[in-house]
Design a protein around this ligand. Structure first.
Ligand code: CO
Length: 434
């Protein structure tokens, strides 16, 4: 798992996560396919399709392709994480300070964004009077701002459930050396962009380029860390759900998957945290479109899907000893105690008894421990992309994942043994027959 921390650090946004996954896959003899071009496919070979921002599909064709009807073993995950994103007018003046103007993406634990060194990452579009439009990904690892808490002396109720006002309280204050001071806010942002372009793309001349669009997220500059030795914990940002993305990539690049009879597919989507309805979300047409191109013959795809299995991997809630009353003690997973199969009677998590039996059987065969999670019956349950993908494709499916503390915090915690188990499980799932 030595790739874990570098991957997390290099993947501050879905754009970057897809670029990182693409690099690993191409380095393992996968071939890039463009959605805009015809596909020349060969049995036994691995392929990657990306749709930016933030979606990727990788698959390995079985030896009998295209004549056989291979069962699909599909693993899905998401590349996005909740957080703060810059608005179209990204900078404003508050008193004597310039601040970033943000909106909230998904459902972050907002209190965890205070008192951190915050950088920026994402994508910027620039225009030149003669050369037209260019897009560039940036990842500024230097802090540009902080979001200081209000001192306890000015809010004596701060420890007793103070509400965070999303519009007023969440503007990170820009550091003095991050911008050219004394300018109007929009000029400040433009000069910040120019600084970033010169720093990250020094070979190009950015003199007459002007930023016209951006998709930029605030990021915690503190790197992830492993704590507590080899059987300890990983703490860091975006573990939900980059852990699943990376373990999925490492599993599908296992050399043992070439020259087999089934069809392993890894699908990573953006926009899970905001409902998945976009061309790069799990409700979009990316996977159906890839499958239609792989099996254009009449009724092949339907016959294959009826025998196929989906494993939807996303973070699971680990039992927090300080808040044990928030869990059903009978169905509360522990950190480093095995893969978590997630259950909800109302299909907030995908579930088919047939798939659960097959996957727990796989765990038993390969000595992979598992646990089961269900919410307390008097609390609502979260959801993920498993149910929508299973419904759209008509596949038997299960939701599972790695037990995690502080889900949607700027810094989450998961168990190292669980992450290793997930990779081993996904490799066996991709390789298994039937
Ligand atoms: Co998630």
């Amino acid at each position: 798992m030595e790739q874990l921390i570098p991957f997390l650090q290099a993947s501050p946004t879905p754009w970057h996560a897809v670029a990182q996954m693409e690099t690993i896959l191409l380095g393992n003899e996968f071939t890039m396919l463009s959605e805009a071009s015809p596909w020349d496919l060969s049995p036994g070979k691995g392929y990657v399709v990306t749709r930016q921002p933030g979606a990727l599909v990788a698959f390995i064709l079985p030896t009998g392709y295209p004549e056989t009807l291979p069962p699909i073993h599909l693993t899905c995950a998401h590349t996005d994480s909740p957080g703060l994103k810059l608005k179209p007018m990204p900078c404003k003046r508050k008193g004597s300070h310039l601040v970033w103007d943000v909106e909230v993406y998904g459902s972050p634990l907002l209190s965890t964004w205070f008192d951190r060194d915050l950088g920026l990452a994402g994508q910027i579009t620039l225009i030149h009077p003669e050369l037209g439009v260019r897009h560039r990904m940036i990842h500024d690892r230097e802090a540009t701002a902080i979001l200081p808490s209000l001192a306890i002396h000015l809010n004596r109720e701060a420890n007793d459930g103070t509400k965070i006002r999303r519009h007023d309280d969440l503007s990170p204050i820009i550091l003095p050396d991050a911008v050219v001071s004394g300018q109007e806010p929009i000029a400040t942002f433009q000069s910040w962009v120019k600084l970033q372009m010169e720093r990250h793309f020094p070979a190009e001349d950015w003199h007459s380029w002007e930023p016209i669009a951006w998709d930029l997220s605030l990021i915690d500059c503190t790197p992830p860390r492993c704590l507590g030795g080899e059987s300890g914990w990983l703490t860091g940002g975006r573990l939900d759900n980059l852990l699943a993305c990376l373990t999925g990539v490492l599993a599908i690049t296992s050399p043992s998957l070439r020259n087999q009879g089934n069809l392993p597919i890894l699908a990573c989507f953006n926009h899970e945290e905001s409902g998945s309805l976009s061309p790069v979300g799990a409700q979009g047409n990316l996977v159906p479109s890839v499958l239609r191109r792989l099996f254009p013959q009449p009724d092949y795809l339907e016959r294959i899907l009826s025998r196929s299995t989906l494993v939807s991997v996303d973070a699971a809630h680990a039992l927090h000893p300080n808040f044990s009353d928030k869990y059903d003690s009978n169905n509360a997973p522990e950190l480093n105690a095995g893969l978590v199969f997630k259950h909800n009677a109302n299909q907030r998590y995908a579930h088919s008894p047939e798939a659960e039996g097959m996957l727990k059987g796989l765990c038993r065969t390969h000595g992979i421990p598992w646990q089961d999670f269900a919410m307390r019956a008097d609390m609502p349950c979260g959801s993920t992309i498993g149910p929508m993908l299973a419904a759209n494709l008509g596949m038997r499916a299960v939701d599972l994942g790695v037990a995690t503390w502080a889900m949607h915090s700027i810094r989450e915690t998961a168990g190292l043994a669980d992450i290793a188990n997930l990779q081993s499980f996904l490799t066996h799932f991709f390789a298994s027959e039937g």
